[in-house]
Ligand binder design. Structure first.
Ligand code: SF4
Length: 365
């Protein structure tokens, strides 16, 4: 065993091949070895190189000297009375992240984190009160899915696919960790491995305008925008990144998003805050703002957290708001709050970590 084995999770198939080659474990003609390893990791969920039995025993021994397939540790597992599960995951450096599984009748959605903490401080979000520590690596992002599959016995030998959809909606702003999230999404979508097509992956962003279009061109998954306000004054206050990328630019990026141009819907997330953004006038402004964009508006009852500055809108007000949006031709479901009893609901994720300077992020660590 070497001092530092490379984790195979997070490498592309070609990178596995090149790496095996550079370690003199295979020859140029043995590209299929990388394919075999890939299949074991992402199709079977295998975590031991020694059990990859389509590879000779001798070669397996050699490979395992250089490589590993490791899962992060589960520090805590909570199961909500509605079936939602939340895993508190301990990373190799001791940082903690959260991953949530939401089972529904027709699908199972895994909500994946992209950063430890978040820089953006959206006022209604508990995660935003936790300072940013660092970006997650591709391996750490993917491992959330692999680990959830282990926990749910959701590998091919189980009868039914439990995790059918992925949302990058956990801790962090995924577009601030663009490269690693993109690599993870493309590996998740690989047809020879995890087979989650980009149609089943949703990237949720608070509105990092330049990267929205890059993402559209390079990945083109479903897109969800954390909108929450219909004018710049209010949005500057509750989603402060709006000061950098105001509504006009955000809406333009949505109009230009490739899927939207192909008449596929963009989801706008709108948290219902009593007396803040839930008036009839707000509903009308919302309809005007997104006019022409194929869209669905998710109305999210605000999930309170300790010392949160807001209250949730009254159900009556949410209904009136929803009716206006609906009558304008947009689906506007009121999202059912899931996992609230285990603080797994939207905007409630938070782990205890300490802020390290933002410059770490820029260096891509
Ligand atoms: S809503 Fe998202 S972007 Fe805003 S603070 Fe929370 S985790 Fe960060």
């Amino acid at each position: 065993m070497t001092d530092k084995q490379t984790d195979l999770v997070g490498l592309t198939q070609d990178e596995i091949f090149q790496s095996l080659l550079s370690n003199n474990l295979i020859t140029e003609k043995e590209k299929f070895r990388a394919k075999q390893i890939w299949h074991w990791i992402y199709h079977h969920g295998e975590t031991s190189v020694h059990k990859m039995t389509t590879i000779s025993n001798e070669l397996r021994k050699e490979i395992s000297k250089f490589y590993k397939v490791e899962r992060p540790l589960i520090k805590e597992h909570q199961l909500s009375k509605d079936g939602t599960r939340k895993w508190l995951i301990k990373l190799e450096d001791g940082n903690l992240i959260e991953t949530v599984f939401i089972p529904e009748e027709s699908r199972g959605t895994l909500c994946v984190s992209s950063q430890v903490g978040c820089t953006l401080n959206c006022k209604f979000c508990f995660t935003g009160t936790q300072k940013l520590v660092r970006n997650l690596s591709t391996q750490e992002i993917l491992s959330q899915l692999l680990l959830a599959r282990d926990q749910l016995s959701d590998w091919p030998n189980s009868n039914q696919r439990k995790i059918s959809n992925i949302v990058f909606m956990g801790m962090g702003e995924p577009l601030y960790n663009y490269d690693n999230v993109k690599r993870a999404a493309l590996i998740m979508g690989d047809k020879e491995g995890l087979k989650l097509s980009t149609k089943r992956i949703t990237l949720s962003t608070s509105g990092i305008v330049p990267q929205i279009l890059d993402w559209g061109n390079e990945v083109d998954s479903r897109l969800a925008i954390s909108l929450h306000a219909t004018n710049d004054n209010l949005r500057n206050d509750i989603v402060p990144i709006n000061k950098k990328y105001p509504l006009k630019d955000l809406i333009k990026a949505c109009q230009d998003y490739p899927r939207a141009k192909n008449s596929k819907r963009i989801t706008f997330e709108y948290v219902m805050l009593k007396g803040v953004n839930d008036s009839i006038a707000d509903a009308k402004k919302l309809v005007k703002l997104i006019a022409g964009i194929p869209a669905k508006i998710n109305l999210i009852p605000f999930n309170p957290w300790p010392e949160s500055p807001y209250e949730c809108s009254n159900p009556d007000q949410i209904k009136k708001f929803s009716d206006i949006v609906n009558n304008a031709g947009y689906a506007s479901p009121v999202r059912k709050t899931r996992g609230q009893d285990i603080m797994a609901a939207c905007g409630q994720l938070k782990s205890s970590s300490v802020k390290v300077r933002k410059s770490i992020l820029r260096k891509g660590l």
